[in-house]
Design a protein around this ligand. Sequence first.
Ligand SMILES: [Fe+2]
Ligand SMILES: [Fe+2]
Length: 256
Amino acid sequence: MIKKVESYPLYDDGNHKVFWLGVEEAEDEKGILTNQYLIIDNDEAALIEPGGYFVFERVLRNVSSKIPPTKIKYLIYSHQDPDVVAGMNLWFEYAPLAKIVISKLWIRFISHLAILSGPRTIGIPDEGMEITVGNSKIKALPAHYLHSPGNFVFYDMKAKILLSSDIGAAAFPEGEWYLFVEDFDRHAEFMEAFHKRYMSSSKALRAWVRMVRNLDINMIAPQHGAIFEGENVKKFLDWLYNLEVGIDVYEHLFKV
Ligand SMILES: [Fe+2]
Ligand SMILES: [Fe+2]
């Protein structure tokens, strides 16, 4: 069983802060572990990958210890999976001024979560967009087919942190957990099966890596698993570039 860990600061220059928002005992018994992130710039905040019902209380507690949830300007979702969006109704209540930001592909689907959210949703166009939080900019960059067909990653231009959605996800073996990758080769073993099956296309993966290599990155922080920093950022991108995934691996299943 993993231990309870409260939030951890990934960046703090006084005006601009990025936090990883903790993990609790027994969350690994309720499905794959998830990471949530909070960006605060001056008096505004954005919550990235808010998460599902089981983590809501923990995430709310850790957000509230940094900033009143009423200061959340955006709830930002990389894609439509339950581990990302299932707590949306709750956040709608606790962050009454926040707008939902998600790929425009998913706007008409999230209303099935019983959210009457028309004026409170912003659909990200396929090519991405810039999101302003306080005096800072977050770039929503395309990550389509990795794995969702309408998928984005979020680059915090001030902190130089790339919040990478399911790209870089790892499923830890039972009882194991760490926040930062240390032994890359061992960590890759926890990522490989996830990427092969959940990512759709090697072509998309390589296009994404080529785009990301143009950014100045201090950390890559995924929605599951551990954070890459320093030389592990490059190791991770090189590993991804050479990985075969999705239909390129599983085409043989299509037979009758
Ligand atoms: Fe996902
Ligand atoms: Fe996920």
